[in-house]
Design a protein around this ligand. Structure first.
Ligand code: FEO
Length: 169
C-alpha cells in the first residue's frame, strides 16, 4: 500500500502530466495554424509522450493499491509570439516538471518508500532527455533564424518524428 502522502504526490503528477500533454497539443494547434506541419507533428508526438508518462504513473498507483483522482485541466495559451517562443515555453515547462520529479524523489526517500524511489528513477532519466530535446530545437531554430529555406527543411525533418515508447518503459 502507498502512504497517503506518496499517493497524493503521484496522483497530482498524473494530473500535471495530462496538463503537460494539453500544453503540447495547444502548441501543435498553433503550429498547424501557422502552416508548420512538421513542428506540429513533433509537438503532437510530445503530447503522446506526456500521456504515456501520465499512464505510466497511473498504472503504478493502481499496482500499489492507490486510487486515481482526475482534476479539471487548465487551458493552455492560445498563441505564442514565434516558433522560438513556443519551444522556449516548452523548455521552461520541462524544467518545472524536472523540479517536481526531483521533489517527489526527495519525498520518497524521506518516507522510506524504496519502490517509489526506484520507480521515479525512470522519470529522473527521462527528464534529462526531455529537456535536451527541446533545447536542441531552440538552438537549431536560432541558427536558422528567418531563413525560409532553413525553416522549411527543419519543418520537413520534424515531420518524420513518430511515437516510440521511451526506453525502459
Ligand atoms: Fe512528462 Fe515532458 O515530461
Amino acid at each position: 500500500m502507498l502512504k497517503k502522502k506518496i499517493e497524493k504526490m503521484l496522483v497530482d503528477q498524473v494530473n500535471f502530466e495530462i496538463y503537460s500533454a494539453y500544453i503540447y497539443l495547444g502548441m501543435a494547434a498553433y503550429c498547424d495554424d501557422k502552416d508548420y506541419p512538421g513542428f506540429a507533428n513533433w509537438l503532437k508526438i510530445q503530447w503522446e509522450e506526456e500521456i504515456f508518462h501520465a499512464m505510466k504513473m497511473y498504472n503504478y498507483i493502481i499496482e500499489r493499491g492507490g486510487a486515481i483522482v482526475l482534476n479539471p485541466i487548465a487551458a493552455p495559451p492560445k498563441t505564442w509570439k514565434s516558433l522560438v517562443a513556443v519551444f522556449e515555453h516548452a523548455l521552461e515547462h520541462e524544467q518545472i516538471v524536472t523540479g517536481r520529479i526531483n521533489k517527489m524523489m526527495t519525498t520518497a526517500i524521506k518516507e522510506d518508500d524504496h519502490a517509489t524511489r526506484s520507480f521515479l528513477n525512470w522519470f529522473v532519466d527521462e527528464q534529462v532527455e526531455e529537456e535536451a530535446n527541446v533545447d536542441g530545437i531552440i538552438k537549431r531554430l536560432k541558427m536558422v533564424k528567418d531563413s525560409g529555406h532553413g525553416l522549411f527543411m527543419f519543418d520537413k525533418e520534424l515531420a518524420a518524428r513518430t511515437f516510440v515508447p521511451p526506453v525502459g518503459a
